[in-house]
Design a protein around this ligand. Structure first.
Ligand code: ADE
Ligand code: ZN
Length: 327
């Protein structure tokens, strides 16, 4: 079986970050919004570094203005991911962009996203949502977003997390938001160890107590932390193509995912914001196969680990597991 045909589980994808550039341009034209400066001559998202990436990402997201826009985005994203073999996806959803943190508005956006996701099940892909606060918007806004998450927690909205610029504020500033989400029964993940080093992973584990870490790859710089991640079964949502496109590592062979996996850390593979980084999950698999000699059985094992680490309920996991089975 080719790697493209392999059924895949993806746990780390930002819904807005998966918006195809043509989709954003089309919606902008319909609404008469200028997207000048967001795209290069070939029509791809244009940015030079992580911080400019965040600005382009937020400017592109500004064309999404209604629940109906988010429904169309969800349909477009799920069609593309399903065509790449993804059978189960967890997407980061941001009440900050969907109603600005207002609960009534968020409920409308969430209903529209869910309706589009339910329709996409016929195409063989299951979506679950993780509400994500945005670190650089600060702890007060994160509290509002956590309340949105807590009020809509359930069998579809299954998790809570934090993304954005890792450097402003300290993880402890977001402990209230994470406690609120945890008490509502949400499972927890947090971006850390991407733009900040091992200390940020340690502080995140201590103060936010997530069971998964988004990226987390810079833990590799501290062997004791790597051992701790392995012992505790902390799951890393690793997005190698994102890290390489944003300049964290110079090339695929330099990426620490293979070292982390060999050290016994539970690693899963995702694309983060695929069109921004010119990637798909199949393309990630191809590059990793070239760089580290990983084979179809390795990817199948990584997908089983990802399904085990998924935040969906047991019935959903049991329904999907046979589709990952290899004979
Ligand atoms: N939001 C979207 N992509 C992100 C990333 N790679 N890191 C932090 N926040 C993000
Ligand atoms: Zn991310």
């Amino acid at each position: 079986m080719s790697l493209a045909a392999l059924p895949k589980v993806e746990l780390h994808l930002h819904l807005e970050g998966a918006a195809p550039p043509a989709f954003v341009r089309g919606l902008a034209a319909e609404k008469g919004i200028s997207v000048a400066g967001l795209f290069d001559a070939a029509g791809a998202y244009a940015f030079d570094d992580f911080w400019q990436f965040l600005r382009v990402y937020e400017a592109a997201t500004a064309v999404l203005q209604t629940p109906a826009d988010y429904a169309r985005l969800t349909t477009a994203v799920l069609e593309e991911r399903a065509a790449d073999g993804v059978i189960y996806l967890e997407a980061f959803l941001s009440p900050d962009f969907c109603g600005g943190g207002d609960l009534a508005a968020w409920r409308e956006y969430l209903a529209a996203i869910r309706e589009a996701a339910d329709a996409a099940e016929a195409g063989g892909i299951t979506l679950r949502g993780i509400v994500t606060c945005i670190r650089h918007l600060g702890p007060d806004q994160a509290r509002r977003v956590a309340l949105c998450a807590a009020e809509t927690a359930g069998d579809w909205l299954v998790g809570f997390g934090i993304a954005g610029d890792e450097r402003p504020f300290h993880p402890r500033d977001f402990a209230w938001a994470f406690d609120c989400a945890r008490e509502a029964g949400l499972r927890l993940t947090a971006h850390a160890g991407e733009w900040d080093g091992p200390a940020s992973v340690r502080a995140t584990l201590e103060h936010l107590r997530p069971e998964r870490i988004g990226h987390g790859v810079r833990a590799v710089e501290e062997p004791a932390l790597v051992a701790h991640l392995a012992e505790t079964g902390t799951v890393l949502e690793v997005c190698p193509g994102s890290n390489i496109a944003l300049g964290l590592y110079p090339d695929w062979r330099a990426h620490p995912v293979d070292r982390l996996r060999r050290a016994g850390v539970t690693v899963t593979l995702s694309t983060d914001d695929p069109p921004f980084f010119h990637t798909t999950l199949s393309a990630e698999y191809d590059r990793l196969a070239e760089a580290f000699g990983w084979e179809a059985d390795d990817f199948a094992a990584l997908n089983r680990a990802a399904l085990d680490a998924a935040f969906c309920d047991g019935a959903t996991r049991d329904r999907l597991a046979p589709r990952l089975a290899r004979d």
